[in-house]
Design a protein around this ligand. Sequence first.
Ligand SMILES: [Zn+2]
Length: 122
Amino acid sequence: MTDLADRLRAALDHAEAVARAATPGPWRREHPDWPNTSIGNGDRTVIASAAGHGGSWPSAEDAAHIAANGPDVALRAIAAHRQIVDVHSDNCGSCDACGEVRGSEFLSVPFPCPTLLVIASI
Ligand SMILES: [Zn+2]
């Protein structure tokens, strides 16, 4: 079954295209000591900015979270996930990376293995 690996690769390709189309990172709060939520990349580029409305005010913690998860971070995570998907490939119905040695016997793990299923759950 390679459908799961193919779907994961397609999802990673899409996520990479989205991250590469975004303003390059790293992103950060433009004025971390101010109570605003402008996020930029330090190059005078405002990536996102929020204003209060109806008694609700933007959260500095939310802005910090967004800034900490810019496209540079996403691209590193995508590259790591792609390596995991490549290593945990289908080898005649078993995972090419997972298995267990018991005595002189090697017990293979059916594909998709638990590692690949965890990646698929993200
Ligand atoms: Zn595996």
